[in-house]
Design a protein around this ligand. Structure first.
Ligand code: PLP
Ligand code: COI
Length: 339
């Protein structure tokens, strides 16, 4: 693609050549279809528009130095989408169909996969929606699964640099026994007001506390949270956070580096003891956290003493990226090479 400035990409939508679609009707999924339009035509009473029957995923394809295209942990995204489907009463898309659709969407848009040198990647966005009409609150009978792709740069403008996050005690993202563990649109709608305010006040993201006690760290708006203290990688356990595939991967990498993993409830005050902290996710990769503010409590936790990403975050980031781009062997079995 001659006129894309690959190293200047932000995290946004760019029209590509094709998207892949699949309809669920009469109790079964149909064949994959390829479309070159980026709009959909659906019933105005579709359940996705009224009752939030919408789930999505986020994953990436990477172009290696060797020219190969690598997908990261595709099966985990398929499984999580299935779990989200269960959570809001939509039919699961089978893993094989999910994988077939991802690979098709990537191959058809190969010219949009950023070159290795740019440090950018191709973001893959699968979504699944209820499309048949329902006026009473109940699940749709028909569904549409779509995968589109778009080339992206860093989610946070700074890239791999420290960002500050904020705790707003007046907002919750997800209830303790609600839909926080599912990747469904409603959770993101619930986070828009706080997210916008955070940006206006100069923060990269909101750091949510558990909604019940407002005592323990949950996660950030678009990413999981971890802290580093000594040789420990510490990350919250909660019934209202998304099981991040990046976090799960960092846990494996940290273990392989001989670190101790602590997955448990993490009280807010513990932030004061962290030598490093970060947000992690497909879009965010690792965004090291410099400072956490809790304005309502008049507290501020200065984590970074240097203004630069710490050594552990840097090591984890480099290792993860090296596996994703194929610079290092994939000893964990996370990569699918697109042939
Ligand atoms: N938490 C939330 C709320 C997210 O939206 C995401 C993004 O997908 C994550 C965490 C990170 O998950 P993953 O690492 O699977 O992308
Ligand atoms: C991702 O990391 O893939 C996300 O979905 C985060 C955000 C863009 C919603």
């Amino acid at each position: 693609m001659e006129n894309i400035n690959w190293s200047d990409l932000s995290f946004g939508y760019m029209k590509t050549d094709y998207n892949v679609r699949c309809y669920y009707r009469d109790g079964k999924w149909g064949e994959l279809e390829v479309s070159s339009t980026d709009t959909i035509n659906i019933h105005m009473a579709a359940t996705c528009l009224h009752y939030g029957q919408e789930a999505f995923e986020g994953m990436k394809a990477f172009r290696g130095k060797d020219g190969k295209i690598r997908l990261f942990r595709m099966e985990d995204n398929a499984k999580r989408l299935q779990s989200s489907c269960d959570g809001i009463m939509m039919p699961q898309i089978p893993t094989e169909k999910f994988a077939e659709a991802v690979i098709k969407a990537v191959k058809l848009n190969e010219r949009f996969i950023p070159p290795y040198e740019s440090g950018a990647s191709l973001y893959i966005r699968p979504l699944l929606i209820g499309i048949s009409p329902q006026v009473g609150v109940s699940p749709a009978k028909e569904y549409l699964f779509i995968i589109f792709v778009t080339p992206v740069g860093p989610y946070f403008k700074a890239g791999f640099q420290n960002t500050n996050v904020v705790i707003y005690r007046q907002y919750d993202r997800a209830a303790p026994l609600g839909t926080g563990t599912y990747k469904v649109g409603g959770n993101y709608a619930a986070s828009l007001v706080a997210g916008q305010r955070a940006h206006e006040e100069g923060y990269a993201a909101v750091l949510y506390l558990d909604a019940k006690e407002k005592k323990y760290i949950d996660e950030c708006g678009p990413a999981n949270f971890f802290g580093i203290r000594g040789n420990s990688y510490i990350t919250p356990e909660s019934t209202s956070i998304l099981p991040s595939i990046t976090n799960k991967s960092l846990i494996e990498i940290a273990k392989s580096m001989g670190m101790t993993i602590e997955r448990r409830r993490v009280p807010e005050e513990e932030i004061a003891t962290f030598e490093e902290a970060g947000e992690c996710g497909t879009a965010a990769v690792i965004s090291p956290i410099g400072r956490v503010d809790d304005p309502m409590e008049g507290k501020s936790y200065q984590i970074s003493k240097t203004g630069k990403p710490g050594p552990v975050c840097t090591k984890l980031y480099n290792k993860l990226r090296a596996i994703q781009y194929g610079d290092e062997p994939d000893t964990f079995g996370w990569i699918t090479v697109v042939e």
